[in-house]
Design a protein around this ligand. Structure first.
Ligand code: SF4
Length: 234
């Protein structure tokens, strides 16, 4: 993709949503860490359903540790893989207390050493809490980067490296959110809503959805003409 095209894509995404952020609900770095960790292989909506109940009861490492694995399970039942995540959550709280004074650490190494925290979660925390320019790649971003031609790659890490290399500096901080939202609401997995996509003339995907097929699209924007792309979060 030509650098000018890449820049034009980000400019449009920025114009549609100048201040993107996560759809996960949180009020502190610790709550964000827990929410992002829980969001692996499940939807933000199911995580929010769980944390809406959990955080009013316990929203510090100490309070959650006190609940214990069996104590957090009832709160996490809406979340996929909640048995394993309950165990990880308690391990994460214990490690934060024992090794970081109950605070969220600010290095990738320390974050990735926490139970249940992988590269993507660490990147989100480094970006959103500590202002570091990191582009976390999830399933939506992987798909959008490949389809559009923004940053083709066979693995999430290859896409992340390509995005880090190719994204103009001015867009790096928000690239993760723009691409994630675009993938979630417009450029969906099964049948993207290309006729309603604000970057369709810039996107290099050769198999764009044609207007007659739009009604079959799994993209929320395909069925809501008032929505712009990407959807605002709050
Ligand atoms: S034109 Fe279609 S394939 Fe390209 S980014 Fe938009 S929705 Fe995705």
């Amino acid at each position: 993709m030509h650098p000018a095209t890449r820049k034009a894509i980000y400019r449009r995404l920025q114009a549609a949503n100048a201040d993107p952020t996560t759809e996960l609900l949180y009020t502190s770095p610790f709550e964000l860490l827990v929410a992002v960790m829980l969001s692996a292989h499940t939807t933000d909506k199911s995580v929010n359903t769980a944390t809406r109940k959990l955080f009013p009861v316990a929203n510090t490492p100490e309070a959650i540790l006190e609940l214990g694995i069996e104590g957090v399970k009832p709160y996490l039942k809406t979340v996929g893989l909640y048995n394993a995540k309950s165990k990880n959550l308690i391990g994460l709280c214990r490690q934060l207390i024992e090794q970081h004074g109950g605070n969220v650490p600010d290095t990738r190494e320390s974050l990735e050493a926490l139970p249940g925290v992988g590269r993507k979660t660490a990147s989100v925390i480094l970006n959103m809490v500590f202002g570091q320019v990191e582009i976390a790649v999830d399933t939506h971003i992987f798909r959008v980067a490949n389809r559009t031609g923004l940053a083709p790659g066979r693995t999430p890490r290859a896409v992340e490296d390509a995005l880090t290399r190719n994204t103009p500096d001015e867009f790096k901080k928000n690239a993760h959110h723009w691409l994630l939202l675009h993938g979630r609401y417009v450029c969906t997995a099964r049948l993207p809503a290309c006729p309603k996509c604000i970057i369709r003339d810039l996107c290099e995907y050769p198999h764009k959805t044609r207007p007659p097929a739009l009604k079959h699209s799994d993209a929320p924007i395909a069925h809501n003409s008032k929505r712009r792309s990407p959807i605002r979060l709050k």
